[in-house]
Design a protein around this ligand. Structure first.
Ligand SMILES: [Ca+2]
Length: 408
């Protein structure tokens, strides 16, 4: 079996010469791989990405292994940064600002490698209820825990959360230490979306990603405002399907570590980290099956029955090892600060430090371009968005960058 797989991979090596392969970004709901449609043409009204400046910001604040940045809703100009070991820091969006600790749960977080406190989502009603949700690796079990915390200080007081306010919403055992997913975000529908990886190991040994009876290898959608501790929203695609978990929104992921919603259109974009050859960006739709572990990006992985690619949702775009090693999904740019970028999807790579802007024509489904717009030193762990829609790059070495228009 191993020999056979190696032979197959060897045959695929010429495909790596193609830097970027594209699967299209059409919104017709057809789950199919498409012919590469990088057209290079520029329709009216589509973004025209140009090189960006990655400007170091908040250099006065010490961040230890930061893995996420987001805006604190209802608190004008307040940002939050997540540190992998289990700390959330908040600070004003200005140089020289001091950081306060919003939460410290390092006593219960297993951190290192792909484990740690790796996801944070503020409740849409945070200003009123003080709720926020985290995704972390529990110590010592290694299980993924999705928990809600409540801030204890009232309006006007310092923002802080008691570590004792934890309410565990969901706990998912993890067979291996890697591929824990991480992202948490509220969709435009008000439900909480959760990324879970395939459970780890090599090649998804238990084939979790295609198995609807496990939450591993999925993007989930839950309602944290109903049920105990949560409810499954009506309209989830696999409710009532035999043996299926109702939480599943989409399946066939290896490690969809970062995803985001386009704040203008509601589109759900995810970066799914590949095994050894292809890193992919997916446009995630309800009930979509993104192919792992039969497909890794646009290539076959373990597909002994030869199931056709047309049964699955192909990546919008995927790239090989010449460009990077671990994709980090970002955001569709909706800020006002960078001309010509509105509507482009920004994403990057943990290993190469490259940042790209992907332009899709959602009317025709064509991938128009994927342009390298910046390069940062250090390992990219995440992108982040402030309240205005400006985009940040978070680096494991403690540096936060804001993407800005290049001054010439
Ligand atoms: Ca895939």
């Amino acid at each position: 079996m191993v020999g056979k797989l190696t032979a197959r991979l060897a045959i695929l090596i010429p495909a790596l010469a193609i830097l970027m392969a594209a699967g299209g970004c059409g919104g017709d709901g057809g789950f199919s791989f498409r012919e590469a449609t990088v057209t290079g043409t520029q329709a009216e009204g589509l973004p025209r990405p140009r090189p960006l400046e990655a400007v170091r910001v908040f250099g006065d604040i010490s961040f230890r292994a930061p893995v996420f940045l987001t805006a604190v809703p209802g608190e004008a100009g307040l940002l939050a940064v997540v540190e992998q070991a289990g700390v959330i820091k908040v600070f004003e969006d200005r140089e020289g600002a001091e950081a306060l600790v919003l939460l410290d749960i390092s006593d219960r977080v297993e951190s290192g490698g792909e484990q740690g406190l790796i996801g944070l989502a503020f409740d849409p009603g945070f200003a009123g209820n003080g709720y926020f949700y985290v995704n972390y690796t529990a110590s010592p079990s290694g299980a993924t825990r999705i928990s809600r915390f409540t801030t204890s200080a009232g309006p006007g007081g310092a923002l802080a959360a008691d570590a004792g306010s934890e309410e565990v919403m969901l706990e998912q055992p993890q067979p291996y230490s890697n591929h824990n997913g991480g992202m948490l975000a509220f969709g435009p529908d008000g439900y909480l979306y959760i990324a879970l990886g395939d459970g780890g190991g090599q090649g998804d040994p238990s084939a979790n990603a295609q198995d609807l009876s496990t939450l591993l290898g999925k993007i989930l959608r839950i309602d944290p405002f109903a049920g105990d501790p949560y409810a499954i929203p009506p309209g989830n695609p696999f409710i009532g399907a035999a043996g299926a978990r109702g939480e599943v929104w989409a399946l066939g992921f290896r490690n969809p570590y970062r995803f985001s919603f386009d704040r203008a259109t509601g589109d759900l974009w995810a970066g799914d980290v590949g095994q050894a050859s292809r890193e992919e960006i997916d446009l995630v739709v309800r009930g979509g099956n993104y192919g792992w572990n039969l497909f890794e990006g646009s290539e076959q992985f373990r597909n002994p029955e030869g199931r056709p690619a047309t049964e699955f949702a192909g990546p919008v775009i995927d790239y090989g090892r010449s460009e990077g090693i671990s994709v980090i999904g970002g955001y569709v740019y909706r800020g006002g600060g960078i001309a010509g970028l509105d509507g482009a999807y920004l994403f990057g790579d943990y290993g190469s430090g490259k940042v790209w802007a992907l332009v899709c024509d959602r009317d025709t489904g064509a991938v128009v371009s994927s342009t390298e717009v910046a390069q940062v030193s250090g390992s990219i762990t995440s992108f982040g968005e402030d309240a205005r829609g400006e985009v940040y790059v978070v680096s494991l070495d403690g540096v936060i960058y804001r993407l800005e228009e290049k001054q010439r």
